[in-house]
Design a protein around this ligand. Structure first.
Ligand code: QV4
Ligand code: CA
Length: 476
């Protein structure tokens, strides 16, 4: 449960927030597969409450474990997973089993009816016996309150109950049968680690018919927001799987917003209070904190501040620490606003511009050249160590990944222009930030590395991007 089960030679996952299954299947074949992405996180797959105005967060209010949502039905989901696996892209499902829907939210996306007021969810079925007694989460210094009471009124399941465990395990095993590679466990902080250990322990090994190794376990990354100062810490969960490392999101935001100097990134990793590398699912922003939900909001970078966002994303993807996840958003102004629709209720498909970027309401950060080319950088760097660290004592830094890849950043208010050790073999390389390698030329800047590994690196303060990145797969 600690390995993402990526195919060899691939790295980097993307959260295709609120995308439809048919659109994701096509995206795997047309884009994610060809550009080297290793995996994707989907929005919750199981039946959720239909809520007026169709906010994005209705998907976090389960009605049953039937696989019908606004993203599609079970057959469409199964076909998507299969098509994505066929092109080397693994699927991770956002599973919500801390709770069911809140009072008043009774009709499901698969047509099921529930009565959350009396804790009755017949389509599972769950009844009042399967839930914790009603109380509200009010005290983050009290583990019992956090785990046995309701998060914003969401009916709180008792994972200590054997029927509840059975239903959750059946749900997870059904997804494993369909070929998924792992799970994001929603609201893990609100469940007892001992209960989770039992549930995870009963989940099947991955389905070898989908190309997984015999004995491979699902990758589990648990949503535990631990920015310090609360009773529950992520270390209670890192023995069970990875955790979503919110300190990474918070710290990288502060650094690239200029609240911390780039030179301090020299010891990026556990020295910053992060969980161990193989237990850290890392990200610049997630679907909550990009819109002020959850915790750690103020300094989070999003698509709305593109220059800093691309720099932070490039750093995350260039650095060997953690398992990085790229956020792929829809454009929003209101924090409750759901995905773009064709008619107020059916989710609209993304459309694509000639430069591969999205329109029709979708932001698709994963289709920004500066981001997908850094996934290519991460694949080229493979397991090479971080070497050749350089900084100017302030906000200009550079490092290599062994002799495979090299990256430089300029977040100072003046130009970077220096002869730096790249670690790379002599030759001419295309900068994959300002452009790409196209046949025998570069569409952006090129960098000439001498026989001593050094190159003149220039990033002007007024350039569109404050990053330059080269690697062995972008050599002329
Ligand atoms: C309202 C009132 C409550 C009242 C309740 C019932 O505010 O006081 O008790 O009605 O009458 C939505 C609304 C919220 C509403 C609730 C119930 O925003 O106002 O309560 O529904 O109808 C997402 C959203 C929430 C949303 C929830 C359910 O962020 O706003 O609540 O979905 O639809 C903590 C946790 C962490 C959590 C984070 C947001 O430790 O686990 O808060 N993050 C995850 C997901 C997140 C999701 C949930 C958990 C819940 O990433 O997206 O919340 O599944 O930090
Ligand atoms: Ca709980």
């Amino acid at each position: 449960q600690f390995s993402p089960n990526y195919k060899d030679g691939r790295n980097g996952m993307v959260h295709l927030f609120e995308w439809k299954w048919d659109d994701i299947a096509a995206e795997c074949e047309n884009f994610l597969g060809p550009y080297g992405f290793a995996g994707l996180q989907v929005s919750p797959v199981n039946e959720n409450a239909v809520i007026g105005g169709r906010p994005w967060w209705e998907r976090y209010q389960p009605i049953s474990y039937k696989l019908t949502t606004r993203s599609g039905n079970e057959q469409q989901f199964a076909s998507m997973v299969k098509r994505c696996n066929a092109v080397g892209v693994r699927t991770y499902v956002d599973v919500v089993f801390n709770h069911m829907s809140a009072n008043g939210n009774s009709r499901g996306t698969a047509g099921s009816q529930a009565d959350p007021g009396s804790k009755s969810f017949p389509a599972v079925p769950f009844s009042t016996l399967d839930f914790n007694p009603t109380c509200s989460i009010t005290n983050y210094n009290d583990p019992k309150n956090i785990r046995n009471c309701e998060l914003v009124g969401l009916r709180d399941l008792n994972q200590g109950n054997s029927w509840v465990r059975d239903k959750i395990v059946d749900f997870l095993n059904h997804l494993v049968d369909l070929g998924v590679a792992g799970f994001r466990v929603d609201a893990a902080k609100h469940m007892w680690p001992a209960d989770l250990a039992v549930i995870y322990g009963r989940v099947k090994n991955l389905n070898t018919a989908h190309g997984f190794n015999a004995g491979a376990k699902p990758y589990i990354f648990q949503e535990v927001i631990d920015l310090g100062g609360e009773a529950i810490s992520k270390s209670e969960y890192t023995g069970l799987g990875a955790v979503t490392e919110f300190r990474h999101s918070d710290s990288i935001g502060k650094v690239f917003r200029g609240k911390d100097q780039l030179r301090y990134l020299v010891n990026w990793g556990t020295a910053w209070g992060f969980a161990a590398s193989d237990r850290s699912l890392v990200f610049v922003d997630n679907h909550d904190n990009q819109r002020g939900h959850g915790a750690g909001g103020a300094d989070v970078l999003t698509y709305k501040v593109p220059k800093q966002y691309k720099m932070a994303s490039a750093f995350m993807l260039a650095h060997p620490f953690g398992t990085p996840r790229v956020m792929s958003s829809f454009a929003f102004s209101d924090t409750d606003q759901g995905p773009p629709t064709s008619d107020g209720s059916n989710i609209a498909s993304p459309r694509f511009n000639s430069d591969m970027s999205c329109n029709n309401g979708w932001v698709c950060e994963h289709r920004w050249r500066q981001i997908y080319n850094m996934v290519g950088f991460r694949n080229a760097a493979a397991n090479a160590q971080l070497q050749n660290w350089w900084d100017n004592g302030k906000n200009q830094i550079a490092f290599s990944r062994g002799n495979r890849a090299f990256v430089a950043f300029n977040n100072d208010g003046y130009d970077l222009s220096s002869s730096l050790q790249t670690g790379l073999p002599a030759g001419t390389y295309c900068d994959v930030i300002s452009g790409s390698k196209s046949g025998s030329s570069c569409t952006g800047k090129s960098v000439v590395v001498g026989s001593d590994g050094r190159a003149n690196i220039s990033i002007r303060q007024n350039e569109q991007d404050g990053v330059l990145a080269i690697h062995v797969n972008a050599k002329l």
